[in-house]
Design a protein around this ligand. Structure first.
Ligand code: AGP
Length: 604
């Protein structure tokens, strides 16, 4: 998710813009830029990587007095993270920043190029500013030209546009991506894509609705709705604290991050799925040349996503795939051959054990790939290739959205490899891509379900422990569910392949042993059902999660009827995350910073 800021006023426009972008860092980005219009001339600064690179570039820029400015942090979707692709984007005398996707940008770009427009970037955004200037050249009224431009765009957008033709004005529009306008007693005007950058600056804010657009000058806010009717701005008060603003009304960052999964998974898929193929522009196909085996290596939750992916890789790409726990792999004197692609998975990109195994693989001459959520982290800098999950900064110690985006990447990567190795038909890949597109919907939190889990959680606050059980990819999901519960509730929980119950664990079965049973309709349902019945027959308390009703469950959590087992995986993942969180909240624990844990384990 990109970040947007804007400002009109006389109070140090550069600091307001850069401080605003800093408050949006948590959304994740790989490049940033600002554009300031003062005395009818533009000053523009852009940089790849972290904001400090942009601040360094702009350090000699010291604007004083009245100015108009816009700023942006970008997650690369169309086009790699480069300065040319960083926003703001220039026409001839105007700049634009944009969050969202212009779905018809290719045809617009073609029409504009045919008219002689020269494009500098690979982005969809750049068409907006060229289209605006083409329209202005013929209409000669900037606001009318802006209105016409909006009518020609299809897709989701939050836009800020500044132009020399109206040097004291910011044009704005909101359709599908967030945009807020702030004002203060000094008549300064602020824009941001979330509350936090406005706290400490604006007094009152306008949360724009889809379809609304208009312009702001030092003296006025002109707001119109999707029917082009003038709208009286509805002002609201801003949250007092930045921390509460960053939580955006949720009780914990973990809760917010569970709810964000819909959006960040959609971001993670952007630019990577076509109708009948998967594309990873960041990968050179030569990475897989001469590769006969894939070995994953990770810790904790990242290990669980990797374990789930071994099933997908062998099933789809027909390539031998294994997974190692990094702290074990480091010291087992492993056999490593150069026909193995070594893949490390890490949210932080800094986990000591995982980083060391990456070094071991490189020293052994293996090709390496990292799946990571933090650009420019140690592992990203070291690996031969990187695929970034676009989960944004994950503040909750218990990982949720990072795990969700890792598994999304792995499902896509298994199909990408299947396409490269021709181990799946185009029809099969096309059908699975249609299911992939359903992931955001499958992880959208259903309020009724959340309320139900809140109520249910009071029944699971004691007992002598939990079994989380599942088969196939639902075994790693069971491990992940058990880890989530342990991490934040401090209750004992174990994840098990459900077929293992009769090999010992069932000795623990009694009414005080809670079994959370993952019972997908589309993956070994009958086998799992008979395993759960073994436990129920020995009076274990069963909480079944399934689309199919199960009469031997003491508690039953229904999920939707999905056409692919991986969509059942994602929906059950949300149930496990919310259930663990609600149990921990009832126990009065600090959900975001559980005892004894750190977000990134940079020591052995
Ligand atoms: C996940 O909830 C835990 N916080 C922990 O297991 C984490 O997944 C593990 O430490 C690995 O971290 P990484 O993904 O940043 O490498």
């Amino acid at each position: 998710m990109c970040g947007i800021v804007g400002y009109i006023g006389s109070n140090n426009v550069k600091e307001v813009l850069l401080d605003g972008l800093k408050e949006l860092e948590y959304r994740g980005y790989d490049s940033a830029g600002i554009s300031v219009l003062q005395d009818e001339s533009f000053s523009v600064y852009k940089a790849v990587g972290k904001l400090k690179n942009l601040q360094h570039k702009a350090e000699d820029f010291k604007p004083e007095g009245f100015a108009v400015g816009i700023g942006h942090t970008r997650w690369a979707t169309h086009g790699k993270p480069t300065e040319l692709n960083a926003h703001p984007h220039l026409g001839e005398y105007s700049y634009v920043v944009h969050n969202g996707i212009i779905e018809n940008y290719q045809e617009l770009k073609k029409e504009l190029t045919a008219k002689g427009v020269k494009f500098l970037s690979q982005t969809d955004t750049e068409v907006i500013v060229h289209l605006f200037e083409q329209n202005l050249n013929s209409i000669e009224d900037a606001f009318e030209a802006f209105k016409l431009t909006l009518s020609q765009l299809q897709g989701a957008y939050a836009i800020l546009l500044v132009t020399k033709s109206e040097p004291d004005t910011i044009f704005f529009a909101k359709e599908g991506s967030p945009m807020i306008i702030g004002t203060d007693a000094l008549e300064q005007k602020f824009f941001a894509s979330s509350d936090t950058p406005l706290i400490g600056h604006a007094k009152d804010v306008i949360y724009l609705h889809d379809g609304e657009f208009g312009f702001v000058t030092p003296d006025a806010i002109a707001l119109f709705d999707s029917c082009h009717e003038a709208v009286r701005p509805q002002f609201s008060a801003l949250p007092e604290s930045k921390l509460s603003a960053q939580k955006e009304g949720f009780r914990f960052f973990m809760e917010k991050e569970i709810y964000e999964q819909t959006e960040v998974i959609a971001d993670t898929m952007l630019g990577r799925i076509q109708d009948n193929a998967i594309a990873f522009d960041e990968l050179d196909p030569s990475l897989f040349e001469g590769i006969n085996e894939v070995k994953f290596c990770a810790c904790g939750t990242s290990y669980h996503s990797a374990l789930a992916s071994t099933y997908l890789f062998e099933r789809h790409a027909k390539i031998r795939t294994s997974v190692e726990i990094a702290s074990e792999f480091r010291y087992k004197e492993p056999l490593m051959t150069t026909d193995t692609l070594f893949v490390v998975i890490s949210q932080s990109g800094e986990t000591a054990d995982t980083l060391e195994t990456l070094k071991m693989a490189k020293e052994a001459g293996l090709k390496t790939l990292v799946i990571c959520n933090v650009d420019n982290s140690s592992m990203v800098r070291l690996a031969d290739a990187t695929i970034l999950t676009r989960a944004g900064i994950e503040k909750g110690v218990a990982s949720t959205k990072a795990f969700a985006t890792q598994v999304t990447i792995f499902w896509m990567l298994s199909l990408y490899l299947a396409g490269e190795r021709k181990t799946l038909s185009t029809e099969n890949i096309t059908k699975q891509i249609a299911s992939l597109r359903e992931i955001p919907a499958s992880v959208a939190v259903n309020d009724d379900l959340h309320e139900r889990l809140k109520r249910l959680s009071k029944r699971y606050l004691h007992g002598h422990g939990f079994f989380f059980i599942g088969r196939d990819v639902f075994y790693p999901l069971a491990l992940e569910g058990a880890l989530k519960l342990k991490e934040i509730s401090y209750l004992h929980a174990e994840g098990y392949p459900s077929g293992e119950m009769k090999h010992g664990p069932i000795a623990l079965a009694d009414p005080e042993l809670f079994t959370i049973a993952l019972m997908p309709q589309h993956m070994l349902y009958d086998k799992t059902k008979s395993n759960v019945e073994e436990l129920s027959a020995r009076d274990s308390t069963i909480c079944a999660i399934s689309n199919l009703t199960f009469d031997k469950a003491d508690d039953f959590i229904p999920i939707a009827d999905r056409d692919h087992y991986m969509l059942e995986f994602f929906e059950m993942m949300v149930v496990l995350q919310l259930l663990s969180m609600e149990i921990a909240i009832r126990l009065g624990n600090d959900v975001d910073m559980p005892r004894n844990l750190a977000k990134s384990v940079t020591v052995e």
